[in-house]
Every structure is written in C-alpha cells, then in structure tokens.
Ligand binder design. Sequence first.
Ligand code: PAF
Length: 288
Amino acid sequence: MVGSKAGDRKFRIVRTVAEFREQVSAWHRNDLRVGFVPTMGALHVGHMSLIRRAQEMTDRTVASIFVNPRQFGPNEDFAVYPRAEGKDTLLLAEGGVDLLFAPSVEEMYPGGAVTKVSVPGIGDILEGEYRPGFFTGVATVVTKLLLQAQPDVAVFGEKDYQQLLVIRRMVQDLDIPVQIEGAPTEREDDGLACSSRNQYLTENERAVAPQLYQIINAVAERYRKGERPPELTHWGKQALLDAGFGHVDYLEVRDAETLQGLSDPARAARVLVAAWLGKPRLIDNVPV
Ligand code: PAF
C-alpha cells in the first residue's frame, strides 16, 4: 500500500476481479458513491483530468490499468504500447485515487473467454472502419469492467469521442446501471490533444502535430460560415497534407450524436479526424 493525500484513506492496488468487486461493494454497503476511470496506463494529464472529474462526482475513485489485447489489430502496437505501471501508480496515489485495478490478461480473459460485445452502426464507421474489431474489443472489456465493479459513474474522455458514444449506446442497450460521463479533451499549450501515443512523435513531427487541432478548428469555423462537405473536408485534408501529415484516414463533419452525415443543419455537428504523422496515427475532434 502507498499512502495517498486523501487523509486516512489508503491507496490500494488489486489484481483480481474478486478483490476489485469486493472493495467496490464494501464502499456501496457504506453508502459511498464510486467513480471509475478505465485506462490502458501510460498516464498523462488527460487521464488525471478524468480522475478529477470522477472525484468531483463521487466519494471514492477507482482507476484500472489494462492494456487490452482485444482492441489491437494484428498490425497494431500492442506489443510496444507504452507501459509504465510504476510511474502510473505514483501518479494515481498522488492524485488521491483510492483503488487501482491492474489485472493480468489471464485474469481478464481466463481460458475459453469467447463472448464479445459489439455495437454495430456507430461502431462500424470512422475508427471502426479503419480499425476493424477495435470497438468490439473496447466494448467487450468495458462491459466486463463495468460488470465487475458496478461503479456509479464511469468517466471517459471526449478525445476518443466515438468511443464515448459507442460506450453510451452499449450501456443503454445492455441496461448497465452506470452513469457515463464525458470529460473535455486535455491539450498541451500548443493545442495538441494529450495522448499516450504522442511519445512516439519525433521532434520534427511534434512540431507539426498541433496543426491537426488548428486545421479541424478551421474546418469547424468554415462550416459555421456556411461551407459544406465534400469541398470543405477536401480543403481540410489538403491542409493536413500540406502541413506535413502523411496520410489522412478521415476528416469528416458529422452529426454529433449519431456520427452519420449531416442532413439537418440545425443539429449539433462534430469535426472528427484521424491522420498519420510518421509512425503514430493521431485522432482528434472538436464541436462545431
Ligand atoms: O480509452 C482507452 O484507454 C481504452 O480504450 C479503454 C476505454 C480503457 C478500454 O480499454
């Protein structure tokens, strides 16, 4: 156990589903509300802002660190995904988190675990199209985590905006009794969205990266002034290529709730982008 700043409360790490579930139900027996922030570790200020949001809303805060193999494609970075449990643990303890659940792959997927949760429709487009199986992996692990702990509130970042919508849909469809809270994207001073994968950027790429945010803001501004896809999104993609991005998987202005194309200009819209910059693939989004 590591002492935390939260008075006589102690920061604990548990690695089994049984301990995780027992601690959360003990808090519930004492009428304490529990907030949960699932993560894949390599924590940064973005994660800590999700933790603070959970702390504002509840009495006890739980984080999980689990690099979920089922949400990585065969050619993706599972093997080399940044892992920093020692540093993460200190950050969580310092940040006043009460419990860290850090299971092994065997604990989460014991032999024979074949059941999957998929969210067709919203899970098949944009990221779902470019990363087949990604949202099924996310939905499966998040369902398991929510059923294991049964927290009152779970907080997810708007940085992964489509993931947030997929999880809301899944929780609604499966009647999982939890409030899903979205938290705004944390950014570096130059606007780059905080992400564990930013550490893959070289110095030159890091200098180019903030233009992703600038260009999607420009697309949002042009949309507000009456420009429309596909001319508008062609303009945005070209601006990214001119800035030095290698390939743009998508840059779209979509309905902010359904992520379908916009037919009614009165509905809220969102600009979403995924583009490659050297080795890393960066994603970001802004409201219109
Ligand atoms: O956003 C993430 O870090 C992951 O997709 C999540 C929600 C922790 C599921 O593995």
